[in-house]
Design a protein. Structure first.
Length: 144
């Protein structure tokens, strides 16, 4: 249970007890209760998110071979850019790509990485991050 000020409190759940109930009187002394009702404290159930993303790593790819593959993808219509949100989101969801993690890794390597998905139906398809300024490329490779 979360209070209005954002702090977590335990939830008190009453139950009937066969024994005596206790309470504090006006002076703060423990005295017997007439209601025979006691309280037990229950911790709230914590649910952790299920990680259904595929385990992957970033592999460095030769920049010039990537540019050749990129040209082929442009010619065949297999390039998916991030601004093409419908195709991009469908590919990310279908292949269970952790896009945020991959982008973070690419930003540690390049100043301004450009993400692109190559989808030609071949073995070299996938998510790539490249930088024209630094002439480098990273590819997201899934581990089995």
């Amino acid at each position: 249970m979360i209070s209005p000020n954002g702090r977590c409190h335990l939830a008190a759940r009453p139950f009937r007890a066969g024994g005596k109930g206790y309470r504090f009187d006006a002076r703060g002394r423990l005295s017997e209760s007439y209601s025979k009702r006691e309280y037990t404290f229950v911790m709230p159930e914590v649910r952790y998110p299920v990680n259904d993303m595929a385990r992957a790593r970033m592999v460095e790819v030769d920049y010039y071979s990537f540019r050749q593959l990129f040209r082929e993808a442009v010619a065949c219509g297999g390039r998916v850019e991030k601004r093409d949100t419908q195709r991009w989101n469908a590919y990310v969801k279908q292949h269970k790509i952790n896009e945020v993690g991959a982008t973070t890794i690419a930003r540690t390597r390049f100043d301004a990485p450009t993400p692109v998905i190559i989808d030609l139906g071949r073995e070299r398809d996938g998510l790539y991050f490249y930088s024209d300024l630094e002439e480098g490329c990273l590819r997201l490779v899934f581990e089995d």
